[in-house]
Design a protein around this ligand. Sequence first.
Ligand code: PLP
Length: 434
Amino acid sequence: MDKTNSTATSRLNGVLSHLSSHHRNSTMLAYFANIPQAPPDGILKLSVMSKADPSPEKVDLGVGAYRDDAGSPWVLPVVNKAQKRLEADPAFNHEYLAIGGLPALTGGAQSLMFGADSPAVDERRVYSIQTISGTGANMLAAVFLKQFGQPQDAAVYISKPTWGNHRSIFQTAGHEVREYRYCNYDTLGLDIDGMLADLRAAPKGQIVVLHACAHNPTGIDPTAAQWQQIADVMAERSHFPFFDCAYQGFATGDVDRDAYAVRLFVSRGFELLVAQSFAKNMGLYGERTGCLHAVTQSADLVPAVSSQLNRLSRATISTASAYGAKVAGVVLQDPALYAEWLDNMAEMSSRIKTMRDLLRDKLVALGTPGSWDHVTRQIGMFSFTGLSKPQVAALKEQYHLYMTEDGRISVAGLNSGNIDYVARSIDAVVRNIK
Ligand SMILES: Cc1ncc(COP(=O)(O)O)c(C=O)c1O
């Protein structure tokens, strides 16, 4: 900026600042004055605290994102390859995606979720729309169900506990949110009797949020037989299943096994919605890549359902993000890259499993009071350790070890460099604090 311009700019700023203080002192309405402070998000707060902690011993077990054995974020090798392929494509551009999203993604995601030979897909009774990752899929489902839920005043039932954002998302969309029992806090296993009793006691036709696999925060999944029991009660009570699937392939390392519950419900004739995220299983966290699938009873229903989902998506995000969808689309559509992706996923889930085994073995070897079998019984990214709030606080304050207040650890944050320290810290705290 030359001198004449900068003098003119500073004079203009002076006039604006004078005007602004003059009007502030006048009778204008303080529009924002009555807005209460929102409570801080527990996980985001934890992440800020952990980042600010300069201790070399620090271990962040809060964030639900995969880390490699060096504790670093991992760009999946297959994602790297897909990116290179996209960059080399002369037709690559940054145009808007179509309203429903990128067909290479939504089509691939559909086969992944329901199986390549899914009768529901063959019968054209599934509509899949691209979303802003899993969170956006949850929100789109919440808004859709608020407008078209039957009965109109159906409440949304979430597991106790659940992913912290479920309550917030469904309440933000205007739903009443209630809880069903899920975790048996004594055994740190599934409270199947409590869950079934609560679903049975709920009025008919409620919306039930189910984690398709790798339940967050507990890592406790129903067995195949228990899923059958859950489906029985859901059918008996005409409840509507909303599956949240944020970890397909992460739970067992096998994408088909992790889709068992969704496919079971589809095969039993339920209509349902499924939120699907590619954040964890493809490591596309910040690219916000996901889908919402609606399974209807017949292909005739798809035009209306898809038109409303498209309309609501248009009103809230206009169109979904392109880059991650293109990367995932390449991986899902190319058989060689798809096979490589399955290997990359197996590598992540087996490293996590090794860390579970090591943590349990080390705690047992140290003679840490209590039983630690639940660490290996649980599945997916997280373990619900059973550590108490004061123990969690002491681990943070005295040992620079960060986890959520409910004692959930992200097992992906453990590695061969910190596992001894983590086990010794937990041991010390469990011995000294109730
Ligand atoms: C159960 C569950 N649902 C949805 C999400 C949404 O993740 P994203 O929006 O990053 O895909 C998460 C992420 O932690 C989750 O654990």
